[in-house]
Design a protein around this ligand. Structure first.
Ligand SMILES: Nc1ncnc2c1ncn2[C@@H]1O[C@H](COP(=O)(O)OP(=O)(O)OP(=O)(O)O)[C@@H](O)[C@H]1O
Length: 356
């Protein structure tokens, strides 16, 4: 069979739903570690329930040296996508290439160059951290002195070397230490492509920062695909982000692009007692008739104010004036955050998905 790296050099003709699709892909494309080509996953319907479209035709390319973050609400299909990429489930249609190898046929070869940090640590309680790394290092074809050095370096990079931590049984590790070991396992053997499913979940801020440094260093010579529910992690680590809702990527861009594309507005937050909610709403409408409320809970309200329509000085004056009439417990105005973008994109995608 022709390997895709050869196929990329010619026009490929394919038939989707009776339509002829032509595509050309770059000859000897070494920039892209991963190329997903209309990848779909449909789970069959069970017990009278309809079939579930978990991934609805995902096309994506990741370069070496890039960290791509997938954000999405629970049940969006992120794990289904990773499970296809790591060979746990077969795509219903479409495919993906990892360094030119097809995930439908070449998983054995792909495994030698792939690292995975699963959402839940898969570790043996009675083995030490070092024994885990020795085991996975051997699976990645490391032998002899190269293996010993890689394990030592790996333990050092995730801060499990000092105090003999690497030689303790994993059953005695804290949650954070287990997570760091899982990340170290995913990186041993210098894999070209690494998948990390919520890598820093459950870590304290110091451990999380250490782990972020490890991931940042690691991405220099490989492609990292990670899923996260932490906007801070996404902004800190990812060169590009995709927001995934109901099986489809709704948008792709670097964090700043997404914020400027979806956030031509400030977010004003005010906390008062519940009886003054209407007063706050009136104040905000006075600042801009185009302001819209995006959140309300027990006296805390958030409004989006179009940047073009307001002056920050006017906001300060209005709040000072309001303080003379009722108690303002807290307030703040911020530029659009990634979290605001995520909520907006996810919310806008939902009605469309219900209709579709
Ligand atoms: N084996 C399966 N059979 C049927 N439906 C499934 C199966 N696995 C997942 N699903 C459904 O597919 C959809 C996507 O699930 P998936 O676990 O991929 O989402 P996710 O984005 O990873 O969610 P989370 O953030 O909660 O981990 C969900 O509606 C889920 O119920």
């Amino acid at each position: 069979m022709l390997r895709p790296s050869y196929c990329f050099s010619v026009f490929r003709s394919r038939v989707y739903n009776g339509e002829r699709v032509e595509r050309s892909l770059l000859e000897h494309d070494t920039r892209h570690a991963i190329v997903c080509d209309n990848l779909r996953k449909v789970y069959p319907g069970r017990d009278g329930n309809p079939e579930k479209f978990a991934v609805r035709g995902l096309s994506l390319a990741l370069s070496k040296g890039e960290c791509f973050g997938m954000l999405g609400p629970n049940g969006a299909g992120k794990s289904s996508f990773i499970h296809m990429m790591i060979g746990l489930v077969k795509p219903s249609s479409g495919t993906a290439y990892v360094r030119g190898l097809d995930i439908r046929e070449d998983m054995d070869e792909i495994y030698a160059n792939m690292g995975v940090c699963p959402q839940h640590d898969l570790l043996w309680e009675r083995l030490t951290g070092r024994e885990h790394l020795l085991f996975y290092g051997r699976l990645k074809n490391l032998r002899g002195i190269a293996l010993i050095q890689a394990v030592e370096e790996s333990l050092r990079s995730v801060n499990l070397l000092n105090g003999g931590l690497g030689d303790k049984q994993v059953g005695k590790y804290s949650g954070g230490m287990k997570r760091r070991l899982s990340v170290a396992i995913s990186l041993i053997g210098d894999p070209t492509v690494v998948y990390m499913d919520e890598p820093s979940t459950g870590l304290d801020p110091t451990s999380r920062n250490n782990l972020w440094n490890v991931i940042k260093q690691a991405k220099e010579n490989r492609a990292i695909f990670l899923t996260t529910h932490s906007m801070e992690e996404a902004e800190h680590l990812c060169d590009r982000l995709g927001i995934f809702v109901d099986g489809s990527l709704q948008c792709i861009g670097n964090p700043n692009e997404l914020k400027s594309r979806y956030g031509g507005s400030y977010v004003l937050t005010m906390t008062t007692s519940s009886i003054h909610e209407a007063d706050v709403e009136k104040l905000v409408k006075g600042l801009s008739p185009y302001a819209s409320k995006i959140y309300q809970l027990s006296g805390t309200q958030k409004f989006e104010l179009p940047k073009k329509a307001i002056k920050i000085a006017d906001v300060f004056h209005a709040i000072e004036e309001a303080k003379s009439r009722f108690t303002v417990q807290a307030w703040g105005i911020v530029d659009t955050t990634l979290e605001d973008v995520f909520i907006k994109v996810a919310r806008e995608a939902q009605p469309f998905d219900i209709l579709s």
